[in-house]
Design a protein around this ligand. Structure first.
Ligand code: URA
Length: 287
């Protein structure tokens, strides 16, 4: 039922109670939050319905992102049941749907729901929004090789992003979007509850933040000047240790052994912390 009809039904019921002599009703915080979210979602749906193209607002801020992040309530049940519910929620969320381009996909994390390691990137790119899976483009292929270097398969870990759709950019005359940009703080804050819910389901031992945007989203934007100041060290998010390292796309742009060694040293720390065996050969990569 549309929110407008629900609100009309609610006011009718309140009127009925009042005419029957009831002076007060108690409303839980949870119900108020649900009501607030329903209004925000309806607003986004209405805006999406009237938007022909998604355009950039003032100072590059995309339009139609509610300032109120979504309230995510996972159902009871096993990990798969809860993940399926979250997947359905994100894929059907009007705000996500309003921002994903026609024919492209909203992207939630993938991998083992019992993973010890949760890799967190920035946002889907062109390949990811086509396939609906994080890290499947060139940076993703490198991430997969890094995971294999750790003696794991891609399916053994969980891979997600701070954001669930490809941040919109200007389009060319054919209506094709070109390039990528990092998510804005509004976009990050909006998608953060979806990331928290994935962490709640997977319950990893460790989060690996890939790059400055992921680190900023988890540790707080403005809490560090440069990635180099915080990478290779342990931080905390949602009660979990976070290792901050370079984004694989940085390695694709900067193929020096020094940068490969830096990211590898961070991953060696991760391996040690989750109790994975580290061979002499692995210890010596990129030396
Ligand atoms: N870069 C990211 O941060 N995430 C992806 O899913 C792909 C590229």
């Amino acid at each position: 039922m549309p929110i407008r009809d629900q609100l009309l039904a609610l006011t009718d019921e309140l009127r009925r109670l009042k005419s029957g002599g009831q002076r007060a009703v108690s409303v839980s915080d949870e119900t108020l939050a649900l009501l607030r979210e329903a209004v925000v979602v309806e607003q986004a749906r209405a805006e999406a319905g009237t938007e022909k193209t998604i355009s950039m607002g003032k100072e590059g801020e995309p339009l139609s992102i509610p300032t109120e992040p979504p309230l995510v309530q996972l159902p009871a049940g096993d990990k798969q049941t809860r993940w399926n519910a979250l997947h359905a929620l994100v894929l059907n969320h009007p705000v996500c749907r309003a921002h994903v381009r026609p024919g492209k996909k909203i992207v939630l994390g993938v991998g083992s729901l019992g993973a010890k390691i949760f890799f967190c990137g920035e946002a889907p790119g062109a390949e990811e929004e086509m396939q609906g899976e994080p890290f499947v483009g060139p940076a993703g292929q490198l991430l997969t090789r890094m995971i294999q270097g750790m003696g794991l398969r891609r399916e053994d870990v969980y891979i997600g992003n701070i954001m669930n759709w490809r941040p919109e950019m200007a389009t060319n005359s054919d209506g094709m979007q070109y390039g990528n940009r990092p998510p804005t703080s509004l976009e990050l804050n909006f998608c953060l509850p979806f990331l928290r819910a994935q962490l709640e389901i997977v319950e990893p031992q460790i989060i690996v933040a890939l790059g400055a945007t992921a680190a900023g989203g988890l540790l707080g934007q403005g809490t560090f000047k440069a990635l180099g100041d915080i990478r290779g060290r342990w931080h905390q998010f949602a009660g979990k240790p976070v290792m901050v390292t370079y984004h694989p796309s940085y390695i694709l742009r900067n193929q020096s052994n020094r940068s490969k060694r830096a990211i590898w040293e961070d991953l060696l720390q991760v391996m040690e912390r989750v109790g994975l065996p580290v061979s002499e050969k692995q210890r010596g990569y990129f030396r």
